[in-house]
Design a protein around this ligand. Sequence first.
Ligand code: BTN
Length: 259
Amino acid sequence: MPKDDNVLSEKKIRDCLEKDTDIKEIIVLNEVNSTNSYAKELANNGKGNTVVIANSQTNGRGRLGRNFTSPASNGIYMSIIIRSDISLSISSLMTPCIAVAVAEAIESVCSCDVKIKWVNDLFLNERKICGILTETSVNRGKLDYAVVGIGINVRKSEFPDELRDIATSLESETGQKIDRNILCGVIIQSIEKHMRNLEKREFMEEYRRRSFIIGKKVLIGGMESVATACGIDDYARLIVKLDDDTKVAVNFGEARIIK
Ligand code: BTN
């Protein structure tokens, strides 16, 4: 069992939210296969504006079919069901917008400098601390709902061999003790604030400022040769320059930085 000050609590999370929050329900679970899968089931039964958070996940999922290691009491494993009238073209901006919201929330809880690796990974001192998995359901050409899953490594922990050099945790990097309930509440609040202005694309400037991929050599999944990342456009696509100086806008996939 986690120690009292490390127990996830619906009340403590809700206490961090503003009075005008649109979040109707916060569901706290001890263990679940994946908060995204759980939230999708709720959304398919009509739920919206609901947060699902678990103390551990037995089958935490990442992008591109990867696993997200989710040991008990160690991290934040949270999914938010968002229902909104936004168009599908705007909905593709949700993940970068939420990346900015989570980065700002983390910095307001512990002093550090969070960077974003296109599209959806948050980094601290060049190692990953957080990933975001957005899954959407579309109905008649419009967004029905989005489930936004956020996984943050909070406590010091042993990572599997393949992650040891690329992942880290908030507490290992900052040396600060982090209250997961407060961090969750501040993240939800920050996401609500940014999502209200999604269509204005106000977050884009901050998304670019936090990017540490610009100017670096990258290998994009599906492309054969190394390219140079040279910008991020208003659709949050990564602009890369190829060997022959042509520029290509990439809207999906993984950009591996070549050192
Ligand atoms: C990634 O790094 O590729 C994305 C990781 C997303 C992990 C979070 S943890 C909460 C939610 N539930 C899941 O199964 N995945 C997301």
